[in-house]
Design a protein around this ligand. Structure first.
Ligand SMILES: NC(=O)c1ccc[n+]([C@@H]2O[C@H](COP(=O)([O-])OP(=O)(O)OC[C@H]3O[C@@H](n4cnc5c(N)ncnc54)[C@H](OP(=O)(O)O)[C@@H]3O)[C@@H](O)[C@H]2O)c1
Length: 304
């Protein structure tokens, strides 16, 4: 059906965040909002993906380390949407630091998920978790792992490639002599924890930032200052958190297996004022993630 201008405008007005996308450097479109799946068990992951797709999600984020790639793959294959309408991300394990290990792991992911290609594969961490943010930066090793991603991209196994938890010097190390620039950097980013310098560096280099733990792994929901600001906008704290990272020009990846929360997290078509964005950015930092402080991504320390 031909669309006249009025119809086109109406369509745009109806567009929700679940239909909106960014363009990666290679032109591939990536949804602005996705479903995180860390801590969703393998036997529950397929249903979570199908529920999310019913709500309208297209982007699903998993990792070799989550132990649920099989279930996520099953969900992708059985959700009823054509494969090309979904955007599936996984991550090369932080411990795979040779070309061979990384290349093999990509093939294993594809087999485990029962998929012919992934939309995005990223290096989970610049260092193995037991050495996270230590002196040894694994620069040479990350170049090798990156080469494996570049080759898998060239072979059509991956539509886009990127990194996660990379600091500026980790990125510079790859940008120095890569064939393909990282298209994405997935980092910890939520209200009270915004590394503006890294965000600006990534965006200046055409690297899209994905915000992981946008709800601070649940801690933001207990924060009185965030709850108060959410009330002002008549939204839930989770919605405020998601809207905040979206307005920073990043992809939001909230995790939930609860369909009501999936719905809640996608109803974010409101605008936080510039002034309130500044207030949220400057709020006192959430310093503890409770029992999850043991994870290097939250403590910035190696896994002991
Ligand atoms: N690259 C990395 O190193 C890295 C590290 C961490 C995370 N990630 C990615 O980012 C995703 C999200 O991060 P995350 O899992 O740490 O935490 P998160 O999304 O910040 O928070 C998840 C918590 O918020 C709750 N929640 C979600 N929506 C809610 C709602 N509408 N109302 C109330 N509670 C809600 C969830 O509970 P329910 O489950 O009960 O809804 C869960 O307890 C991960 O799943 C993963 O895909 C990547």
């Amino acid at each position: 059906m031909m669309m006249n201008t009025q119809n086109f405008r109406d369509e745009q007005e109806k567009m929700t965040i679940l239909q909106e996308t960014y363009h990666l450097e290679n032109g591939v479109q990536i949804p602005k909002l996705g479903l995180g799946t860390w801590f969703i068990d393998d036997d529950k992951a397929a249903k979570a993906v199908r529920d999310a797709v019913k709500v309208g999600y297209h982007l699903i984020d998993t990792a070799q380390a989550y132990g649920n790639e099989r279930g996520v793959g099953e969900g992708v294959r059985t959700c009823g949407l054509p494969r090309e309408e979904l955007f599936v991300t996984s991550k090369v394990a932080a411990e795979a630091k040779t070309y061979e290990e990384a290349a093999r792991s990509i093939d294993e992911t594809l087999t485990k998920m029962g998929l012919e290609y992934l939309d995005l594969m990223i290096i989970h961490s610049p260092q193995p978790w037991t050495e996270f943010r230590v002196e040894n930066r694994y620069f040479a090793e990350n170049k090798e792992v990156w080469r494996a991603l570049e080759d898998a991209y060239a072979a059509g196994k991956l539509r886009a490639i990127g990194v996660s938890n990379f600091l500026q010097d980790d990125l510079e190390n790859l940008l120095d002599d890569c064939r393909i620039k990282p298209m994405v950097n997935q980092i910890l980013l939520h209200i009270t924890n915004t590394d503006k310098a890294l965000l600006d560096y990534c965006h200046a280099h055409g690297i899209l930032v994905e915000a992981y733990s946008p709800i601070a792994h649940g801690e933001a929901l207990k924060n009185p200052a965030i709850t108060k600001m959410a009330k002002k906008y008549n939204v839930t704290p989770a919605q405020l958190c998601i809207r905040y990272v979206l307005q920073l020009g990043t992809v939001a990846l909230p995790k939930t297996a609860n369909p009501a929360h999936m719905q809640d997290n996608s109803a974010v078509d409101f605008q936080i004022s510039t002034e309130d964005m500044r207030t949220l950015e400057a709020m006192e930092k959430i310093k503890s993630y409770g029992e999850f402080d043991m994870f290097p991504v939250f403590s910035g320390k190696p896994l002991s």
